[in-house]
Ligand binder design. Structure first.
Ligand SMILES: Nc1ncnc2c1ncn2[C@@H]1O[C@H](COP(=O)(O)OP(=O)(O)OP(=O)(O)O)[C@@H](O)[C@H]1O
Length: 261
Protein backbone atom coordinates (compact mmCIF):
# COMPACT_ATOMS: atom_id res chain seq x y z
CA UNK A 1 0.00 0.00 0.00
CA UNK A 2 1.21 3.51 -0.79
CA UNK A 3 -0.05 6.42 1.21
CA UNK A 4 0.42 10.02 0.14
CA UNK A 5 -0.16 12.11 3.22
CA UNK A 6 -0.77 15.84 3.23
CA UNK A 7 1.48 16.50 0.22
CA UNK A 8 2.60 19.99 -0.65
CA UNK A 9 4.57 21.00 -3.72
CA UNK A 10 5.20 24.43 -5.19
CA UNK A 11 7.34 25.15 -8.24
CA UNK A 12 9.08 28.49 -8.83
CA UNK A 13 9.79 29.62 -12.36
CA UNK A 14 12.92 31.50 -13.40
CA UNK A 15 10.77 34.62 -13.61
CA UNK A 16 9.87 34.26 -9.97
CA UNK A 17 6.26 33.17 -10.44
CA UNK A 18 5.10 30.30 -8.32
CA UNK A 19 2.80 27.40 -9.04
CA UNK A 20 1.39 25.53 -6.08
CA UNK A 21 0.58 22.08 -7.49
CA UNK A 22 -0.31 20.20 -4.29
CA UNK A 23 -1.78 21.82 -1.23
CA UNK A 24 -2.41 19.01 1.21
CA UNK A 25 -3.08 16.06 -1.12
CA UNK A 26 -4.08 12.80 0.57
CA UNK A 27 -4.36 9.67 -1.51
CA UNK A 28 -4.03 5.93 -0.90
CA UNK A 29 -3.03 3.35 -3.51
CA UNK A 30 -3.93 -0.21 -2.57
CA UNK A 31 -1.85 -3.25 -3.53
CA UNK A 32 -2.94 -4.47 -6.95
CA UNK A 33 -4.71 -1.25 -7.90
CA UNK A 34 -4.51 -0.34 -11.59
CA UNK A 35 -5.40 3.34 -11.47
CA UNK A 36 -6.01 5.44 -14.55
CA UNK A 37 -5.45 9.17 -14.08
CA UNK A 38 -7.12 11.89 -16.09
CA UNK A 39 -7.16 15.64 -15.71
CA UNK A 40 -6.44 18.84 -17.56
CA UNK A 41 -2.99 20.14 -18.49
CA UNK A 42 -1.21 21.27 -15.36
CA UNK A 43 -3.52 19.38 -12.97
CA UNK A 44 -0.52 17.70 -11.33
CA UNK A 45 -0.64 14.24 -12.93
CA UNK A 46 3.04 13.96 -13.85
CA UNK A 47 4.05 15.64 -10.61
CA UNK A 48 2.15 12.92 -8.75
CA UNK A 49 4.11 10.19 -10.59
CA UNK A 50 7.35 12.11 -10.03
CA UNK A 51 6.68 12.29 -6.30
CA UNK A 52 6.19 8.52 -6.34
CA UNK A 53 9.34 7.79 -8.36
CA UNK A 54 11.45 10.15 -6.27
CA UNK A 55 12.28 12.61 -9.04
CA UNK A 56 10.45 15.27 -7.06
CA UNK A 57 10.69 15.53 -3.29
CA UNK A 58 7.57 17.21 -1.88
CA UNK A 59 7.91 20.41 0.19
CA UNK A 60 5.69 18.91 2.85
CA UNK A 61 3.91 15.68 3.65
CA UNK A 62 4.94 12.04 3.39
CA UNK A 63 5.10 9.15 0.96
CA UNK A 64 4.61 5.88 2.83
CA UNK A 65 5.27 2.55 1.13
CA UNK A 66 4.06 -0.48 3.09
CA UNK A 67 4.42 1.43 6.34
CA UNK A 68 7.91 2.79 5.54
CA UNK A 69 8.43 6.49 5.02
CA UNK A 70 10.20 6.83 1.65
CA UNK A 71 9.60 10.59 1.20
CA UNK A 72 13.31 11.36 1.05
CA UNK A 73 14.56 8.14 -0.56
CA UNK A 74 16.44 9.13 -3.72
CA UNK A 75 15.19 8.13 -7.16
CA UNK A 76 17.87 5.57 -8.04
CA UNK A 77 17.17 3.65 -4.81
CA UNK A 78 13.44 3.56 -5.57
CA UNK A 79 14.22 2.11 -8.99
CA UNK A 80 14.44 -1.29 -7.30
CA UNK A 81 10.69 -1.23 -6.67
CA UNK A 82 9.39 1.34 -9.12
CA UNK A 83 9.49 1.23 -12.93
CA UNK A 84 8.26 3.84 -15.34
CA UNK A 85 7.38 4.06 -19.01
CA UNK A 86 7.36 7.59 -20.41
CA UNK A 87 5.45 9.23 -23.25
CA UNK A 88 8.59 9.76 -25.27
CA UNK A 89 9.70 6.48 -26.90
CA UNK A 90 13.32 7.66 -26.74
CA UNK A 91 13.26 7.59 -22.93
CA UNK A 92 13.82 4.39 -21.05
CA UNK A 93 15.97 2.66 -23.67
CA UNK A 94 19.58 3.08 -24.80
CA UNK A 95 19.55 3.88 -28.57
CA UNK A 96 23.08 2.78 -29.44
CA UNK A 97 22.66 -0.63 -27.78
CA UNK A 98 20.87 -3.60 -29.32
CA UNK A 99 17.47 -4.88 -28.24
CA UNK A 100 19.16 -7.81 -26.48
CA UNK A 101 21.60 -5.54 -24.66
CA UNK A 102 18.77 -3.30 -23.51
CA UNK A 103 16.78 -6.28 -22.24
CA UNK A 104 19.85 -7.68 -20.49
CA UNK A 105 20.48 -4.33 -18.86
CA UNK A 106 16.87 -4.19 -17.62
CA UNK A 107 17.05 -7.75 -16.33
CA UNK A 108 20.19 -6.90 -14.35
CA UNK A 109 18.82 -3.60 -13.02
CA UNK A 110 20.01 -2.99 -9.48
CA UNK A 111 22.68 -5.69 -9.73
CA UNK A 112 26.38 -4.96 -9.90
CA UNK A 113 27.56 -4.19 -13.42
CA UNK A 114 29.33 -7.11 -15.02
CA UNK A 115 31.03 -7.30 -18.37
CA UNK A 116 28.98 -10.18 -19.65
CA UNK A 117 25.62 -8.47 -19.43
CA UNK A 118 25.70 -7.63 -23.14
CA UNK A 119 25.89 -11.33 -23.95
CA UNK A 120 22.87 -12.54 -22.03
CA UNK A 121 22.37 -15.46 -24.43
CA UNK A 122 20.85 -17.78 -21.84
CA UNK A 123 17.70 -15.68 -21.74
CA UNK A 124 17.34 -15.24 -25.50
CA UNK A 125 14.44 -17.69 -25.82
CA UNK A 126 12.65 -16.04 -22.91
CA UNK A 127 13.11 -12.57 -24.44
CA UNK A 128 11.98 -13.81 -27.85
CA UNK A 129 8.79 -15.18 -26.31
CA UNK A 130 8.05 -11.91 -24.56
CA UNK A 131 8.64 -9.89 -27.73
CA UNK A 132 6.77 -12.30 -30.03
CA UNK A 133 3.61 -11.90 -27.95
CA UNK A 134 3.41 -8.28 -29.12
CA UNK A 135 3.13 -9.26 -32.76
CA UNK A 136 5.39 -6.43 -33.93
CA UNK A 137 8.26 -8.59 -35.19
CA UNK A 138 10.62 -7.49 -32.45
CA UNK A 139 11.60 -11.07 -31.67
CA UNK A 140 13.53 -11.11 -34.96
CA UNK A 141 15.40 -7.91 -34.13
CA UNK A 142 17.29 -8.86 -30.99
CA UNK A 143 20.56 -7.71 -32.56
CA UNK A 144 19.17 -4.46 -34.01
CA UNK A 145 20.19 -1.15 -32.46
CA UNK A 146 17.26 0.27 -30.56
CA UNK A 147 17.69 3.69 -32.18
CA UNK A 148 16.67 2.09 -35.51
CA UNK A 149 13.32 0.78 -34.24
CA UNK A 150 10.00 2.51 -34.81
CA UNK A 151 8.50 4.52 -31.96
CA UNK A 152 5.92 1.80 -31.36
CA UNK A 153 8.50 -0.99 -31.26
CA UNK A 154 10.64 1.06 -28.93
CA UNK A 155 7.72 1.74 -26.61
CA UNK A 156 6.91 -1.99 -26.54
CA UNK A 157 10.50 -2.67 -25.60
CA UNK A 158 10.32 -0.02 -22.85
CA UNK A 159 7.22 -1.71 -21.44
CA UNK A 160 8.81 -5.16 -21.47
CA UNK A 161 11.99 -3.76 -19.90
CA UNK A 162 10.06 -1.91 -17.20
CA UNK A 163 8.25 -5.06 -16.14
CA UNK A 164 10.89 -7.80 -16.63
CA UNK A 165 11.68 -7.91 -12.92
CA UNK A 166 8.11 -7.40 -11.73
CA UNK A 167 8.30 -3.98 -10.06
CA UNK A 168 6.14 -3.30 -6.99
CA UNK A 169 4.81 -0.21 -8.74
CA UNK A 170 4.52 0.55 -12.45
CA UNK A 171 4.12 4.17 -13.53
CA UNK A 172 2.86 4.89 -17.05
CA UNK A 173 2.99 8.54 -18.09
CA UNK A 174 0.90 8.76 -21.27
CA UNK A 175 3.00 5.90 -22.61
CA UNK A 176 0.90 5.42 -25.73
CA UNK A 177 0.14 9.08 -26.50
CA UNK A 178 2.80 9.38 -29.21
CA UNK A 179 1.70 6.25 -31.08
CA UNK A 180 -0.79 5.59 -33.86
CA UNK A 181 -4.17 4.24 -32.65
CA UNK A 182 -3.48 0.65 -33.70
CA UNK A 183 -0.07 0.44 -32.01
CA UNK A 184 -1.44 2.28 -29.00
CA UNK A 185 -4.14 -0.39 -28.64
CA UNK A 186 -1.58 -3.22 -28.93
CA UNK A 187 0.55 -1.67 -26.19
CA UNK A 188 -2.42 -0.92 -23.93
CA UNK A 189 -3.65 -4.51 -24.22
CA UNK A 190 -0.14 -5.80 -23.50
CA UNK A 191 0.10 -3.41 -20.55
CA UNK A 192 -3.17 -4.76 -19.15
CA UNK A 193 -2.04 -8.36 -19.66
CA UNK A 194 1.31 -7.83 -17.92
CA UNK A 195 -0.25 -5.91 -15.02
CA UNK A 196 -3.00 -8.46 -14.45
CA UNK A 197 -0.78 -11.52 -14.87
CA UNK A 198 1.79 -10.21 -12.40
CA UNK A 199 -0.63 -8.28 -10.19
CA UNK A 200 1.46 -5.10 -10.41
CA UNK A 201 0.19 -1.99 -8.65
CA UNK A 202 0.03 0.53 -11.50
CA UNK A 203 -0.83 4.13 -12.26
CA UNK A 204 -1.46 5.21 -15.84
CA UNK A 205 -1.89 8.81 -16.98
CA UNK A 206 -3.95 9.27 -20.12
CA UNK A 207 -5.78 12.04 -21.93
CA UNK A 208 -7.99 9.46 -23.61
CA UNK A 209 -11.12 9.19 -21.47
CA UNK A 210 -12.25 5.96 -23.09
CA UNK A 211 -8.89 4.30 -22.32
CA UNK A 212 -9.15 5.59 -18.75
CA UNK A 213 -12.54 3.87 -18.50
CA UNK A 214 -11.59 0.67 -20.35
CA UNK A 215 -8.42 -0.08 -18.40
CA UNK A 216 -7.80 -0.46 -14.69
CA UNK A 217 -9.98 -1.04 -11.64
CA UNK A 218 -9.96 2.56 -10.50
CA UNK A 219 -10.13 5.95 -12.23
CA UNK A 220 -9.17 9.23 -10.65
CA UNK A 221 -9.56 12.71 -11.97
CA UNK A 222 -7.07 15.29 -10.79
CA UNK A 223 -8.00 18.92 -10.91
CA UNK A 224 -5.78 21.70 -9.55
CA UNK A 225 -3.81 19.17 -7.54
CA UNK A 226 -6.84 17.54 -5.95
CA UNK A 227 -8.48 14.20 -6.59
CA UNK A 228 -11.99 15.32 -7.52
CA UNK A 229 -13.24 11.87 -8.58
CA UNK A 230 -12.16 8.42 -7.43
CA UNK A 231 -14.29 5.82 -9.19
CA UNK A 232 -13.80 2.11 -8.46
CA UNK A 233 -15.16 -1.38 -8.95
CA UNK A 234 -18.70 -1.77 -10.20
CA UNK A 235 -19.21 1.97 -10.54
CA UNK A 236 -16.20 2.16 -12.83
CA UNK A 237 -17.38 -0.79 -14.90
CA UNK A 238 -20.64 1.06 -15.62
CA UNK A 239 -18.90 4.31 -16.49
CA UNK A 240 -19.14 5.88 -19.94
CA UNK A 241 -17.42 8.95 -21.35
CA UNK A 242 -20.77 10.74 -21.36
CA UNK A 243 -21.40 9.90 -17.68
CA UNK A 244 -17.94 11.05 -16.74
CA UNK A 245 -18.43 14.34 -18.54
CA UNK A 246 -21.81 14.77 -16.87
CA UNK A 247 -20.30 14.12 -13.42
CA UNK A 248 -17.66 16.64 -14.17
CA UNK A 249 -20.10 19.30 -15.35
CA UNK A 250 -22.30 18.94 -12.28
CA UNK A 251 -19.36 18.82 -9.86
CA UNK A 252 -18.53 22.47 -10.10
CA UNK A 253 -20.12 25.11 -12.26
CA UNK A 254 -16.78 26.86 -12.51
CA UNK A 255 -15.27 23.92 -14.38
CA UNK A 256 -15.68 23.49 -18.09
CA UNK A 257 -15.08 20.59 -20.47
CA UNK A 258 -11.71 21.98 -21.44
CA UNK A 259 -10.55 21.20 -17.89
CA UNK A 260 -10.44 17.50 -18.64
CA UNK A 261 -9.33 17.34 -22.25
N1 LIG B 1 10.01 21.35 -12.68
C1 LIG B 1 9.05 22.25 -12.77
N2 LIG B 1 9.33 23.57 -12.66
C2 LIG B 1 8.37 24.51 -12.74
N3 LIG B 1 7.05 24.22 -12.89
C3 LIG B 1 6.71 22.93 -12.99
C4 LIG B 1 7.69 21.88 -12.94
N4 LIG B 1 7.04 20.69 -13.07
C5 LIG B 1 5.74 20.98 -13.21
N5 LIG B 1 5.54 22.32 -13.15
C6 LIG B 1 4.25 23.01 -13.23
O1 LIG B 1 3.37 22.36 -12.32
C7 LIG B 1 2.07 22.22 -12.89
C8 LIG B 1 1.68 20.75 -12.89
O2 LIG B 1 2.50 20.08 -13.85
P1 LIG B 1 2.28 18.55 -14.25
O3 LIG B 1 3.32 18.24 -15.26
O4 LIG B 1 2.22 17.72 -13.03
O5 LIG B 1 0.84 18.60 -14.91
P2 LIG B 1 0.07 17.46 -15.72
O6 LIG B 1 -1.24 17.29 -15.05
O7 LIG B 1 0.92 16.27 -15.86
O8 LIG B 1 -0.14 18.20 -17.11
P3 LIG B 1 -0.04 17.67 -18.64
O9 LIG B 1 -1.33 16.99 -18.93
O10 LIG B 1 0.12 18.93 -19.40
O11 LIG B 1 1.16 16.78 -18.76
C9 LIG B 1 2.13 22.85 -14.27
O12 LIG B 1 1.65 24.17 -14.16
C10 LIG B 1 3.61 22.84 -14.60
O13 LIG B 1 3.94 23.90 -15.44
Amino acid sequence: MIELKNLYKTFFSELGTEKQVFKGLNFTINDGDFITIIGSNGAGKSTLLNVLNGQIIPDGGNVILNGNDITNVVQHKRAKWISQVYQNPTMGTAPSMTVLENLSMAKNKGKRFNFTFGLDVKNIEFYKKQLASLGLGLENQLFTQVGLLSGGQRQCLSLIMATLNRPDILLLDEHTAALDPQTSKIILEKTKEIIEKNNITSLMITHNMQDAITYGNRLIMLHAGEVIFDIKGEEKKKLTVEKLLEMFRTKDAKLSDKDIF
